[in-house]
Design a binder for this molecule. Structure first.
Ligand code: ATP
Ligand code: MG
Length: 238
């Protein structure tokens, strides 16, 4: 599946009004790997994802996807380049069925046969969704909605999947399942950029990590090193 495309943010500055929320952020997401962004509430994690997708285009700096400059590219074209997102809060369409929600994820794909094949792949990963194809998204449990939002992301058959706090609000069992699924997706060849607050489990699945504090990268290292890092300790344990 993977065409080995690297995502690179170079000296990114992004903000909503006057003040910058991200300052001079540079990160590399290595193809085939899980890269994580750790940071406490308000540190700019979601803004970083919004910068990649041009939902909030950077004020300065560059976003590269392979040798292609995708800085400020309209979101649907970022999607078409092979980048899909599982947004914070999941954003399942409540009035649409499970299967309709999944179809939305494949909105760039025209071939009905390809979409059917992807649906089958998603149902293999999440048998629970297959049991509930006609249930309305809004009536699914929190954990099921988490699975649905991941499934919807996979329906794009992305090169790179951006995942914003998938474990938020889930019980320990579902948290574990979510991280297992992320690992499995990665083993299928999808590159993952994972934003999380669940430090221990994130460091267990990710290969490389960055720590954001007040919109700046204060630490970066292979995850085994990050576990003992002082900034990580400070960011999460005060
Ligand atoms: N639409 C917006 N308009 C103005 N300010 C915003 C907007 N979105 C986010 N911010 C501000 O940008 C800063 C970073 O927010 P962001 O959502 O990126 O943080 P986060 O690390 O994802 O936090 P959390 O862990 O709570 O999701 C915060 O101070 C926030 O108030
Ligand atoms: Mg966030």
């Amino acid at each position: 599946m993977s065409k080995n495309i690297e995502l690179r943010l170079e000296n990114i500055y992004t903000g909503y009004d006057k003040a910058d929320v991200l300052s001079d952020v540079s990160i590399t997401v290595e193809p085939g790997k899980v890269t994580c962004i750790l940071g406490s509430n308000g540190s700019g994690k979601s803004t970083l994802i919004r910068s990649i997708l041009s939902l909030t285009p950077p004020r300065a700096g560059k976003v590269w996807f392979g040798d292609r400059d995708i800085t400020g590219l309209p979101t649907h074209l970022v999607n078409r380049a092979g980048i899909a997102c599982i947004p914070e809060g999941r954003k399942v369409f409540p009035k649409m069925t499970v299967e309709e929600n999944l179809h939305v994820g494949a909105y760039q794909e025209r071939s009905a046969a390809v979409i059917r094949k992807r649906l089958q792949e998603v149902y293999e990963i999440f048998p629970r969704l297959q049991e509930r194809t006609d249930q309305l998204g809004g009536t699914m449990s929190g954990g099921e909605q988490a699975m649905l939002s991941i499934g919807r992301g996979l329906m794009a058959a992305p090169e790179l999947l951006l995942i914003d706090e998938p474990s938020l609000g889930l019980s320990p069992l579902f948290v574990k399942e979510t991280f297992n699924v992320i690992q499995r997706i990665n083993e299928m060849g999808v590159t993952v950029l994972l934003v999380e607050q669940n430090v221990h489990q994130t460091l267990a699945v990710a290969h490389y990590g960055y720590v954001l504090m007040q919109g700046r990268v204060v630490a970066q290292a292979p995850t085994e090193e990050l576990r003992n890092n002082a900034e990580v300790q400070q960011a999460y344990f005060g």
